[in-house]
Design a protein around this ligand. Structure first.
Ligand code: EPZ
Length: 419
């Protein structure tokens, strides 16, 4: 397994371009199952999850091609299978997005249950109950979700709590259901709005995306919009902003969508960073000390859980004590135990971590556990004294395009060691 070897101490300087958003392109690729004709996607990031979704769609019979960096075409006219196997689903939970579209297209589907991940159980009960409400009959057998339906019908669905995946999954499926679907307590993430934009360009009748209530009037066939550009990755942008600040450097982050990272920018400023904004670029530099913060992750537009680990890495050397409360995934603190090995002073109690700033971190061999935890360990390695060896960086390759190349171009001393 590949590793990263990082020598700490460099102040990041220069310019980096944000890639397309992994969490926007995955549902849109799955939604292409509902669209007649060839779909061309632009600004698609070269990350493992995109290749995995492409592999899954090909298994179903779709033609999926990477024409050049950033440009992919998908044509799902001829589907030959309605099964998403465990080998693929276990690599990428977003595979579940194909369940609804397969039901809509073929009247049946068999999709492996995704299972848990490094930060606890990741249930899919909202996905299943939403499809059942639309008329699907669903059985869970031998680790698979086996579903069938004569005709999907529009319904009213209200989630107990905000779910990005269930909102995306049921939103795209509802475009095929006869009649009106109301999704109450819908997720408001930019990736949901992007999915709705894509579906509306294909002719879907959707309103309310980005608010708590989405209405879909389904039943019309969806035609390809020709091409669609994937929105910038707000978590990647936030990750480089934190890296710039905590290394005491100055970095211009281009092609970001500033409205999507408003909370992250505000918290960085509270921590003492200087953040200049101009059109689609932010320049992050270090005003001096890192000030402690109290953070509570919550659904968009709150502080994103996907930025929690990166902020924790930064706060390990803040001038005081910080508190992080995980409002989305209470167990999402695996990175804390690896940061402790680098000298961080972190106490985790249930859904809350208390981080007492220390003078500096020291390099150590550490283990990546999930995508954002891995990013946090890289950031910590950038400021640690000495060398940090990060194992299992395949987690990073799932969601950060050219991570070590971009960091090296900013002056980081980071090398990929192929095992
Ligand atoms: C999406 O995951 C993102 N993944 C995650 O990003 C992100 O952390 C998460 O949303 C929260 O923002 C993709 O978009 C591919 P949820 P998802 O459904 O959809 C509970 C990354 O690093 N829940 O919004 O799986 C769930 O347990 C990844 O890019 C149910 O109880 O998250 C959690 O506590 C990591 N039942 C809460 O809702 C369900 O059926 C929010 O989960 C579904 C979810």
């Amino acid at each position: 397994m590949d590793k990263f070897l990082i020598k700490g101490g460099a102040r990041l300087k220069g310019e980096v371009r944000v890639s397309g958003a992994k969490n926007a392109v995955l549902p849109i690729m799955a939604a292409s199952l509902l669209v007649e004709g060839e779909v061309r996607l632009l600004n698609v990031p070269d990350v493992m999850d995109v290749f995995t979704m492409a592999e899954l769609l090909r298994l179903l019979g779709a033609k999926v091609e990477r024409l050049e960096k950033g440009v992919w075409t998908l044509d799902t006219s001829d589907l030959t299978s309605s099964t998403a196997p465990y080998e693929i689903v276990r690599k990428m939970r977003a595979s579940i997005y194909v369940l609804g579209p397969l039901l809509a297209r073929m009247g049946k589907a068999s999709v492996s249950l995704p299972g848990g991940c490094a930060f606890g159980p990741r249930p899919v009960d909202f996905h299943i109950s939403g499809l059942e409400a639309m008329g699907a009959s669903i059985k869970l057998e031998h680790g698979y979700i086996n579903a069938k339906v004569k005709k999907l019908k529009g319904v009213e669905i209200a989630f107990d709590r905000k779910s990005v995946g269930a909102t995306a999954h049921l939103l795209m499926t509802a475009t095929f259901a006869e009649g009106e679907t109301l999704i109450a307590n819908a997720a408001k993430e930019p990736e949901i709005v992007a999915l709705a934009d894509f579906l509306k360009l294909c002719g879907a009748d959707i309103e309310g995306e980005g608010t708590d209530e989405i209405i879909v009037r389904g039943g019309k066939a969806l035609r390809s919009p020709g091409e669609y550009r994937i929105i910038p990755d707000r978590i990647e942008a936030g990750t480089y902003a934190v890296a710039a600040f905590m290394t005491g450097g100055e970095v211009r982050i281009r092609e970001a969508c500033l409205d999507h990272i408003r909370t992250v920018i505000d918290r960085l400023r509270q921590a003492g960073a200087t953040v200049e904004e101009e059109d689609r670029t932010i320049t992050v530099s270090n005003g001096g000390k890192i000030l402690p913060l109290t953070i509570h992750t919550s659904p968009y537009p709150g502080f994103p859980t996907d930025m929690q680990a990166q902020f924790m890495a930064m706060l390990t050397v803040a001038d005081g004590t910080s508190i992080i409360k995980e409002g989305i995934y209470p167990d999402r603190f695996r990175h804390a135990f690896e940061l402790q090995r680098m000298g961080a002073d972190i106490k985790v109690e249930g859904d809350t971590a208390v981080i007492k700033g220390v003078k500096h971190l020291t390099g150590a061999p550490v283990m990546a556990s999930d995508l954002r935890a891995s990013a946090a360990l890289v950031l910590a390695g950038l400021i640690a004294r000495g060398e940090t060896l990060i194992d299992r960086i395949y987690h990073l390759d799932r969601g950060y395009e050219d991570f070590e190349k971009k960091l090296s171009s900013l002056g980081a001393d980071i090398r990929r060691i192929q095992d």
